[in-house]
Design a binder for this molecule. Sequence first.
Ligand code: FAD
Length: 297
Amino acid sequence: MKLGQIFEEKKLVYSLEIFPPKADSPIEKVYDTIDELSRINPDYISVTYGAGGSIQDNRTFLLSSYTKNQHNIDALAHLTCIGATRENIDNILDELKAKNVENVLALRGDIPSTATDFKLGDFNNSQELIRHIKERGDFGIAAGCYPEGHPETKVKDKDIEILKYKEEAGADLFITQLFYDNNYFYEFLNKVEQKGIKVPIEAGVMPVINKKQIERTIQLSGAKLPGKFIKIINKYEHDKIALRDAGIAFAIEQIVDLISSGVRGIHLYTMNNPYIANTITDSVKSIVESINREQVI
Ligand code: FAD
């Protein structure tokens, strides 16, 4: 099913994100992760591609295919255009279509961490990629958005203007960068509404797993941390299990607040950790179901 239809059918969409294994790790490990996540029965699972400047290879597409064809869960393959030619992108789109993957998250991409001199390729930004995919007509298209602003954007609220371009180019859905303070998200939604943007926005929520992960995430995303979150990290940084459980509790509270405020979707960054994804989902399941029952009545 394409994203547009998924959002038409559900008042509240609940989706998951995973990432491919490192270059020297077997893909089977992530197939096992998908097997475990499938019990959540999410509306779709997205698979990152070269995130954080890591390696780009076809395992994103193999994992997307496995999700769709082995579990009959809709898949959203991330696709970045940084350094890519039109031909590269078309080959990937053909591969995805052949694998019955119907949705693509169209991104410019992170600048590779090892690159000293990188080239953009045939596409200057995500809008050009979105337009190109839209012209082919085969895919539901998601795009990224940034409640706290994109780290490279210097002009205030420029991101809202760019979001409008992404909508006009053909995006069916926006998924946010992770954030830990819901107030930034609500302020962002107000601006989006004022701009007349109608595309649904899913909130990206990333639970804390450990201190190292959080430091790297903050460095990449620029997300600000609320005081109560900093307290949790400082208090439990040397106790893995306590930090994990406090991180789970924080994510649950964040999700409940987002859902109660009328968010259209929750996109849970699972970090390929089924225990965390399952624990969070079990706690919010009845709330998600309650919202989706409202529409049926
Ligand atoms: P764009 O929308 O092209 O924006 C990039 C920059 O250019 C921004 O600063 C923007 O302000 C500026 N810009 C864009 N259009 C214009 C314009 N017309 N005029 C002037 N300035 C403009 N990265 C990966 O490599 N792999 C992944 O799998 C991945 N998954 C992600 C998932 C989500 C939900 C999100 C939010 C991000 C993800 N990223 C991923 C990170 C993303 O690739 C980076 O944030 C990247 O730096 C920007 O991508 P974009 O598609 O938002 O770029």
